[in-house]
Design a protein around this ligand. Structure first.
Ligand code: SAM
Ligand code: SF4
Length: 487
């Protein structure tokens, strides 16, 4: 018989296994290859099911994304995907297009990327970094055009990281009479956690880094030497950003390096990983296409078009629209690498942020500076900001220079909580109008003002009554000289 005072055996506490994240959680090559292989032959009924699913704005799986990427040969389905992309973009972000401009602070680089004119072995390039006085000059020029958001860009020389931090400080304190830069985003080589903390301290907006290609063997081939040859260090950069509480991050792929089906599916997988692990998906994504870049083995004007992975325009449009369906709450950036006509079309197929009047050489904004050949690649849309903006209005989109969320702390998880139920529009729409009014007051040409004023009045009618009243009050204050008003 058992003694009554026997000590009860300690109940085994079931250990909840702590998930150990690995690089395979970010990118699962086998799953991508499988998804792309199966997608090629997906039946029409499956394509239609996926488009219907996308309409509820919960995003798509990598497998579903792959299926839609193979629809470029079906004009009717393509049209439906583009239309759905426009609807989703407008439901989440409204009709606004946010403007920014890149600022290249140096063109020094230890890497040898086969496609980039800044590559170490390119001897055709004159290497330099902007001095403090030159940064001020460039920023003043950008401010005098009306820009409020800049993207700082640089080559990779680890010892030169302080140049980036310093440039950000200079940008934020440079003011040209009526204007100032209110948000500085950064596209530089993958920093350490400690370096991210420094960027955070000086007010980084979004950290942007393109994986270029997620396909490991191609990545190795394209990046033969220098720190960028380390695929895993680049792939894990957003994890380091989040660890340093830099929570607005932006992914990208360089289209034309490898099979775009693979790379788009992989980027969607990366975005999904960030969302699952941190509950914060990427703030934005970019899908630049390769452009001519002098002094490069892959992209000089002779070699670029012999590349088997170059996308035609139809495939490119489909890529943009499918990404909007797959990642409904992620900003989609379209740079001046694309032509004016293409950018216009894509604004109505999911794009939500555009650059304008960009120069991709160091010191390129200086008026009077002779057009030098030191650009990172060739820009297609060379129109000035004012002209692009007019074009945006003519297409029925609303130009925005808003930087409110970032400065009110509506970033990371908080912004996702506003994006998902569509609440963000309470802020975005009126803020777009307020910043547009500032632009009309301070920078617009006579032609743009003539178009812009009635356009703004028309847009105001779309606001709910209470918000309209508040917006009208703020617009009046702007007309009387106040600046930087937002919700
Ligand atoms: N050096 C940093 C890096 O590589 O991460 C900063 C970014 S680099 C100056 C900006 C981006 O330009 C690259 O990530 C790449 O995707 C893109 N790029 C480079 N060469 C290009 C080309 N020939 N055509 C289009 N985009 C290009
Ligand atoms: Fe350097 Fe970046 Fe150009 Fe590669 S893409 S050569 S890392 S600047």
């Amino acid at each position: 018989m058992k003694p009554t005072n026997a000590i009860k055996p300690v109940r085994q506490i079931k250990k909840v296994p702590v998930k150990r994240w690995t690089l395979k959680d970010i990118i699962d090559d086998t799953r991508i290859v499988q998804a792309v292989a199966v997608a090629r032959t997906a039946p029409l009924s499956e394509v239609r099911r996926i488009i219907e699913k996308a309409k509820i704005k919960k995003g798509l799986t990598p497998e579903e994304t792959a299926v839609l990427l193979f629809q470029d040969h079906r004009p009717k389905i393509m049209k439906e995907i583009l239309k759905t992309a426009k609807e989703i973009k407008e439901a989440v972000y409204g009709q606004r297009q946010v403007f920014f401009a890149p600022l290249y602070i140096n063109n020094r680089c230890l890497n040898n990327c086969l496609y980039c004119a800044y590559r170490r072995d390119n001897t055709l390039l004159h290497r330099r970094s902007l001095s403090e006085a030159e940064i001020i000059k460039q920023v003043e020029l950008l401010e005098s055009l009306g820009h409020k958001r800049l993207l700082v860009v640089a080559g990779e020389v680890p010892g030169r990281f302080p140049e980036v931090v310093n440039a950000m400080k200079i940008i934020y304190r440079t003011r040209k009479s009526q204007g100032e830069i209110r948000r500085v985003n950064v596209n530089i080589a993958p920093p350490t956690v400690g370096q991210f903390r420094q960027l955070k301290k000086v007010g980084i907006g979004t950290y942007q880094c393109f994986q270029e290609t997620y396909h490991l063997p191609t990545y190795g081939h394209m990046h033969p030497s220098g720190p960028k040859a380390d695929y895993a260090w680049r792939l894990s950069v957003m994890d380091r950003a989040y660890r340093a509480k830099v929570e607005d991050v932006s992914l990208g792929i360089l289209l034309g390096l490898y099979d775009y089906h693979y790379d788009v599916v992989a980027m969607v997988m990366h975005a999904d990983y960030l969302d699952r692990r941190y509950n914060i998906g990427p703030h934005a994504v970019s899908v630049p296409r390769l452009k001519v870049a002098k002094g490069t083995p892959l992209c000089d004007d002779k070699t670029l078009n012999s590349n088997q992975y170059i996308l035609n325009d139809t495939q490119f449009k489909l890529v943009v629209a499918v990404i909007r369906l797959a990642l409904p709450y992620t900003g989609l950036i379209m740079s001046t690498r694309e032509s004016a006509a293409m950018r216009l079309e894509l604004m109505n197929a999911g794009v939500s942020q555009i650059s304008a009047g960009s120069h991709v050489d160091v010191g390129g904004y200086s008026t009077g500076a002779k057009k030098n050949n030191d650009g990172q690649f060739e820009v297609e849309d060379t129109r000035p900001l004012d002209e692009v903006l007019r074009n945006v209005i003519e297409s029925g989109n609303i130009p925005s220079f808003c930087t409110a969320c970032y400065r009110c702390g509506r970033t990371g998880e908080k912004i996702m909580d506003l994006l998902k139920p569509g609440t963000i529009q309470q802020f975005c729409f009126p803020n777009a109008l307020l910043t547009f009014q500032e632009y009309l007051e301070d920078y617009a040409s006579a032609e743009t003002r003539k178009l812009g004023i009635p356009f703004l009045v028309k847009q105001l009618q779309k606001l709910p009554t209470k918000v309209r009243a508040k917006t009208l009050g703020k617009l009046d204050r702007i007309r009387r000289g106040e600046r930087d008003l937002f919700f």
